[in-house]
Design a binder for this molecule. Sequence first.
Ligand code: GLU
Length: 314
Amino acid sequence: MSAGRFAPSPTGAQHLGNARTYLLAYWSAKKAKAKLVLRIEDVDSPRVKPWASQQAIDDLRWLSLDWDEGPDMGGPHEPYVQTERVQLYRDALQTLIRTDRVFPCTCTRKDIQSAGSAPHFDHEPAVYPGFCAGWKQGDPLPEEGTYCWRFRAGDQSREFHDLVLGYRECIPANALGAFPVTQKSGEPSYQLAVVVDDAAMGVTEVVRGNDLIASTFRQIELYSALGLNIPQFAHVPLVCGADGRRLAKRHGDTRLSLYRERGVSPMKIIRWAAISAGLIDEHTNVENIDSVIEYFDWGKLPKQDTCVDTDAFQ
Ligand code: GLU
């Protein structure tokens, strides 16, 4: 059976842009009669906020988004929580170590920034210069806590067909360089956790913002190295303020929790999401979230970012 997923990071509040991504994931999954999984991506511990997981769940429920599957922890609609699944990520790391796909790296961000080559993707770190890449299996490990494990990105071209953006291709070793699969604390990184989880949960369609395309190539490398099935990807346009810049505090408060408190109707957001994604027009009658399913088609989505007048939601 096919499956989609909602994957909020509880590092802060969920905003208008997140809402649209979740709604698109929902409409696509419902149209395909796929199941939906909710997974809280809380492995990035220094940035995780204690209140943000429950708030994200409340935001999803407020938007009438529902999911089908969770682990057996008291109810069918409990979310998966990544910090409860760390052993799975550790096992995957052991596989990568055993198969010589990773090396321990003690470089600092500054080392990489000053010696690495320019990134090929926007908003990405410099391409890793390879200082620690000479490590071989059996060589001593650096002191605990001083190194992360870094994946040796391959020099074969990788490609995928994005449901929104079409054909994408890059050579990971050149465009991305070796990338971390753990933090220096030993915690698994987002890249590793997301691949292990999407595979374990049978996710066949990943819907997320188009700022994660570089990560998708990293993840395709990991799927291959771990012998896992690669899902389909839909990288959706980001939401920008009226000035064309990525939605941020300067555009006013677009937290879904604030709209909820102020009594904004979730239908207002559902309609805006469907119209701005090109699924319906202003005249389409939308009674509830499920009225949009019949209009859903990835081919309708614009490729460019969406500007929104945030005052319209106040
Ligand atoms: N947890 C990530 C976020 O909220 C999404 C990652 C993904 O969809 O793979 O930005």
